[in-house]
Structures are given as structure tokens and as C-alpha cells.
Design a protein around this ligand. Structure first.
Ligand code: NAP
Length: 332
């Protein structure tokens, strides 16, 4: 892999030269794009590696039009330059940001509305693990799922970047949490993060355990496949089941009778393709509600591992291996 020297004029970015495994990832050099109106140029400290990046690498998750070139959906670092019309930020500010692409880099431009202050008390590199997961959990569990403090959240993939964040945010909100995970170590991590019940789905039938625990009012599902019917079966009356991915497939046959009888809402969403104004609205909501949870020590990114940006193939090999818990970071 090439190892260009970063400078203010050039940036490393990571591209997938064709669909495939981690070896298709290349670090290449591009000119730094100056920030346009309403944009912020960030000198990255780190960027988060997310499952959607793997899907993009495999050729199934094309970037929305106008996104910066290359992989990477979230970064942390310092403001390097401001485009026209940006208020409330200054060069040198420590920040983290959601980006529509190009986050695996030395420099990336972000819409100002997607830039958040780096939370005090969190290592600046670790803050790169916050934007994608916190905004995804916020919009799916709190807005679409409308979780209330007297309800129970069931979150699958409890030790994923999304899952570790969902457990902590739901507990900070006062809700009960049931989480599923695939090993005893991962179950123990879910419990350390505050899950009231954590289920090893390889050893126990989660549907039975959730029913025995009183059922679920909001279900955050990234698995799909046979989980869809089981989610419906263990959901309480009026439950909201929110799909954010389909690791076991999105084409399923289900009995909708229980959906009707229990008045269950089946829904889902994606974050990346939403307009900048919508992401800015989510970022404002998160800053208002979730950032204080971080300041109070009730939420912190769970960091699995750190890799140098030039070692991005190893980072993706770890993601593909599935043994990680929490976030994988690239240090820029
Ligand atoms: N819709 C959106 O806007 C959006 C945004 C961000 C992420 N996502 C999706 O959310 C998911 C989590 O993202 P992430 O970056 O946090 O991923 P991640 O850290 O790589 O975690 C993936 C999780 O999936 C679990 N898993 C994999 N195969 C499974 C199976 N067959 N049965 C049950 N669990 C399985 C793994 O848990 P075990 O090891 O315990 O099996 C792991 O915890 C991804 O699928 C991603 O595409 C969606």
C-alpha cells in the first residue's frame, strides 16, 4: 500500500478499488478539498470503522451523490478551516462529525450541521466512535421507537458499536434493557454496560427469555431472517420493531396476525442517505440530550481496537472476523 506524507495540500483517503475483501482497500493521495459554503474542513485524529463500511467495500452500499470520495462515516479531530457562512465553530476546535463518506483520511469536509463538539472527558480519538452510532441509536430507538423510561428495549448485536451504544443510552434514559450476543464474553460485556438481561443466542432461545422477562416494547434489530418472527412473538402490545440491517437476510415470511392483534409497528431506517438538514436536526437533538449523558459518565464509546490508517486492511480483517466488541478505530 502507498504511504503518502500528509500535508495541508494533500490527504490520504481509502478507496475500494473493486468489490471484495480487505485486500481491495488502498490508501491513495488526493488534494485537500477546501470547505464550501456551510462546510467545515477537519484535520482528523481518528475515524470510526463501521459495518456499513464493510458493506460498501463489498460493493453493496454506494455513497450518496456529493459525498466525499472514499470510505468512512465518522471522524474526530480539529477544525482546520471554515467555509463561508459557518457560525459557532473556530479553527482549532476539537470536534467529532458524521460524514457521508471519506472519513478514513487526514482531512475531510463535513456539513457544519453534522459537526459536534468533542465531548469533554472522552479521548479525542475515541470520540470518532460516537457520531454514527449515537445518531443511529437516537433516531431509531428514541425517535422512531419512542422508547419511554418505563419500557423495555431489546437490542440484538449487544456488543456491536450500535449495540454497546444502545444499551448505555437506553439505561441513561431509565429504560430496562435486554441484549443478545454470541459468546459468554460478549454477554458479560452487555451486563457490564448495564443490560438488565443479556442472552447468549447460541445457547438460549431469545424469544423465550424475553417473554419470560416481560416482553419488549422497542426492538432494535440488525439481524432479520428468522429473528423477524421471533421479535414479533416476544414483542408487547403496541411495540415498535425497528430494523437497521439484515445480517441474516431481509426477505422473510412472517405471520402478520400477531402484528395486527398486538398493534405492533414494524419499521426501520437508514442514516447515510438522509439530507444534511435532517442530520443537522439529529445532531442538535443528540447534543442536547446525549452529550450531557457523556458528561455525566453514563455513556462512553467502547473501543475494541485501534489501527493506523495505513493498516486499514487489518482493521477491516478484524471487522470481518466478527470477534470485536465495540468500535474499531483508525488513527490518522
Ligand atoms: N440503518 C442504519 O442507519 C445503520 C447505521 C449504522 C449501522 N447499521 C447496521 O447496524 C449493524 C451494527 O453496526 P456496527 O457497525 O455496530 O456493527 P458491528 O460492530 O460489526 O456488529 C455487528 C453485530 O452483529 C452481530 N451478528 C452478526 N451476525 C449475526 C447473526 N447471524 N445473528 C445474530 N447477531 C449477529 C454480531 O454479534 P455477535 O458476535 O454477538 O453475533 C455483532 O455484534 C450493522 O449491521 C450495520 O450495517 C445500520
Amino acid at each position: 500500500m502507498t504511504q503518502p506524507t500528509p500535508s495541508a495540500e494533500t490527504t490520504r483517503i481509502v478507496i475500494a478499488r473493486e468489490p471484495g475483501g480487505p485486500d481491495v482497500l488502498d490508501v491513495v493521495t488526493r488534494p485537500v478539498t477546501p470547505p464550501g459554503p456551510g462546510q467545515v474542513l477537519i484535520r482528523n485524529t481518528a475515524c470510526g470503522v463501521n459495518r456499513p463500511d464493510q458493506i460498501e467495500r463489498l460493493g453493496f452500499y454506494p455513497a450518496p451523490a456529493g459525498a466525499p470520495e472514499g470510505l468512512g462515516l465518522e471522524v474526530s479531530g480539529h477544525v482546520a478551516a471554515l467555509g463561508p457562512g459557518v457560525d459557532g465553530l473556530a479553527v482549532g476546535d476539537p470536534v467529532c462529525a458524521l460524514v457521508a463518506g471519506g472519513g478514513y483520511s487526514d482531512y475531510v469536509t463535513a456539513p457544519a450541521g453534522s459537526v459536534l463538539p468533542a465531548p469533554a472527558g472522552i479521548d479525542l480519538a475515541d470520540a470518532a466512535g460516537l457520531p454514527e452510532t449515537v445518531l443511529t441509536v437516537w433516531t431509531n430507538v428514541f425517535e422512531i421507537g419512542a422508547l419511554s423510561p418505563d419500557e423495555t428495549l431489546l437490542v440484538h448485536g449487544g456488543t456491536s458499536g450500535i449495540g454497546t451504544t444502545a444499551i448505555q443510552m437506553a439505561k441513561a434514559h431509565g429504560a430496562r434493557v435486554i441484549a443478545t450476543a454470541g459468546t459468554a464474553e460478549k454477554v458479560a460485556l452487555c451486563e457490564r454496560l448495564g443490560a438488565d438481561t443479556a442472552i447468549n443466542y447460541r445457547e438460549a432461545d431469545f424469544e423465550t427469555v424475553v417473554k419470560d422477562a416481560g416482553g419488549a416494547d422497542v426492538i432494535l434489530d440488525m439481524v432479520g431472517g428468522d429473528y423477524v418472527q421471533k421479535n414479533i412473538n416476544c414483542a408487547n402490545a403496541g411495540a415498535r420493531i425497528v430494523s437497521i440491517a439484515f445480517l441474516k437476510g431481509s426477505r422473510v415470511e412472517v405471520d402478520l396476525m400477531r402484528v395486527m392483534l398486538k398493534r405492533i409497528v414494524l419499521t426501520g431506517s437508514t442514516l447515510r442517505a438522509r439530507p444534511d438538514a435532517e442530520k443537522a436536526r439529529l445532531a442538535r437533538a443528540v447534543r442536547e440530550t446525549v452529550w450531557p449523558w457523556i458528561a455525566a459518565g453514563r455513556l462512553a464509546p467502547v473501543i475494541d481496537s485501534r489501527f493506523a490508517l495505513d493498516d486499514v486492511r487489518s482493521a477491516h480483517a478484524r471487522l470481518d472476523g466478527g470477534e470485536h466488541s465495540g468500535k474499531i478505530l483508525l488513527i490518522c
